[in-house]
Design a protein around this ligand. Structure first.
Ligand SMILES: Cc1cc2nc3c(=O)[nH]c(=O)nc-3n(C[C@H](O)[C@H](O)[C@H](O)COP(=O)(O)OP(=O)(O)OC[C@H]3O[C@@H](n4cnc5c(N)ncnc54)[C@H](O)[C@@H]3O)c2cc1C
Length: 422
């Protein structure tokens, strides 16, 4: 299936995309060619590691429509006023200048696996020996009746960072005193399992400062959620009486929204709200489907090298991949990208490949200096990426521990963004 540029922008682009003529393309100096689609947590890391470690032996082209990547990580802190949008924005200049990566600001609109080519919206066709897909997520159409991407300016998702995060923050700041914020949370599996609950915490934090009589309604179709005991303890401690969670027992699996009327219908009970953050059910970014490597939702991969189960020359990273036990996180995408980069470099240049090992930690901020985390190490088995061992913050921890956990997350942010873009 081929999509044109308008289709792509209409269906998925939450961040403003700047389209331009491609930069210099791989011109077949006899070098093997890798094309990476998506310059986020998985794609930027994979491109950087392949180019850096192959020392020019592999031509690497990175296709990404946006000139600036806004990390979703720390975007909730931006909404809370605890960081600036500029602090979560990153550009691709160093990847091009220092590692010789061909950074092409355009949309990939088609993949022909038979001829091993990628077509771009601007008309270019890129040949590849290995293709890496890390396109992140798109939303399942009709997942929340009444909501569509066309309604994202009324009821933002802010689940791709950038203009959506700015919009949600502006709407929260414009709420009337004593007004009501609602979130419609997604079903599993979705990007960043603690993300909605960190957002609830950060919205509560900012409202406590600016609008202390405001209320927060969390409509959640899941029985349980990530770090639930930690979040609920924190909400009671910092924001007592402010947050109401409606779970599946009270109709949260039967939710409709009306963006014009600004209402949420929970199993027949219609609630008027001032801001409504709808985070719909998710699936792999559309280009993975176009490439024919998904099961309709996610792209099954082999854990040892993140290669697609449909094609050994296509690798899928990050949120789009169906890999096993790892959560869909930036840390996980970065970890998978390094495994994939080593395997791709090994296949194309005969360099040594070590057994795959993966790690992940998801930090969340409940209130300033009150950070919690959950994490694990993983290995590749024949079936999946399998969890080896894990850890999680405990309820009742002292303030010094929580502050140290938050500071750890700040160090992690500096480290992972350098690992992607520097
Ligand atoms: C609110 C929130 C908080 C989060 N907090 C954390 C956290 O604290 N820690 C953590 O580890 N993770 C966190 N995450 C999750 C993390 O952001 C994602 O899991 C991670 O970014 C996934 O990486 P990815 O490479 O799969 O996708 P992305 O990083 O989203 O990158 C995908 C890229 O592909 C591009 N793209 C898509 N389609 C095409 C196409 N057709 N052609 C060219 N390019 C294309 C997009 O423009 C995008 O830049 C959070 C997420 C959210 C929403």
């Amino acid at each position: 299936m081929t999509l044109n540029r308008r289709d792509f922008i209409a269906v998925g682009a939450a961040t403003a995309a700047s389209l331009s003529a491609p930069a210099v393309l791989a011109d077949g100096h006899g070098k093997p060619r890798v094309v990476v689609i998506g310059g986020g947590s998985g794609g930027a890391t994979a491109a950087r590691y392949i180019a850096k470690d192959s020392k020019g032996a592999i031509d690497v082209t990175l296709v990404e429509p946006s000139r600036a990547y806004f990390t979703c990580y720390f975007s909730n802190l931006y909404i809370a006023g605890l960081t600036e949008l500029d602090d979560i924005s990153h550009t691709y200049g160093t990847l091009a200048a220092k590692y010789g990566i061909n950074v092409v600001h355009d949309w990939a609109v088609d993949v022909d696996r038979a001829s091993r080519t990628v077509s771009l919206a601007g008309g270019s066709v890129l040949p590849y020996d290995k293709l890496i897909l890390s396109p992140g997520i798109d939303f399942v159409e009709g997942a929340v009746p009444g909501w569509s991407v066309a309604a994202q300016n009324k009821m933002p998702h802010a689940y791709k960072a950038g203009s959506q995060s700015e919009l949600l923050k502006a709407q929260i700041m414009a709420m009337p005193q004593g007004g009501r914020f609602a979130m419609v949370a997604p079903p599993d599996p979705f990007r960043c399992p603690p993300g909605p609950y960190e957002r609830i915490s950060m919205v509560a934090h900012v409202l406590k400062q600016t609008n202390p009589t405001a209320k927060i309604l969390l409509v959640d179709p899941k029985e349980t959620f990530s770090k639930q005991a930690l979040f609920e303890e924190g909400w009671e401690r910092h924001y007592s009486g402010m947050i109401e969670r409606v779970g599946p027992d009270f109709g949260a699996t039967n939710v409709t929204v009306d963006p014009e009327a600004m209402t949420v219908d929970i199993d027949g009970s219609v609630e008027a709200v001032d801001v409504c953050n709808v985070i719909p059910a998710q699936k792999a970014g559309r280009i993975a489907d176009v490439a024919g490597v998904t099961d309709g939702n996610w792209a099954p991969v082999n854990a040892a090298d993140m290669s697609s189960k449909a094609d050994p020359d296509v690798h899928v990273l990050g949120d789009a991949a169906q890999q096993g036990d790892m959560p869909k996180s930036g840390f996980a995408a970065n970890s998978q990208a390094k495994v994939c980069a080593m395997a791709v470099r090994g296949a194309l240049t005969d360099s040594k490949v070590f057994p795959a090992k993966f790690t992940n930690t998801c930090w969340s901020l409940i209130a300033p200096d009150d950070g919690v985390k959950v994490g694990a190490t993983y290995e590749a088995t024949a079936e999946k990426i399998a969890k080896v061992d894990g850890f999680v913050s405990q309820t009742g921890e002292d303030a010094a521990t929580r502050k140290a956990t938050y500071e750890e997350s700040v160090g992690w942010y500096a480290g992972i963004t350098a690992d992607m873009f520097n």
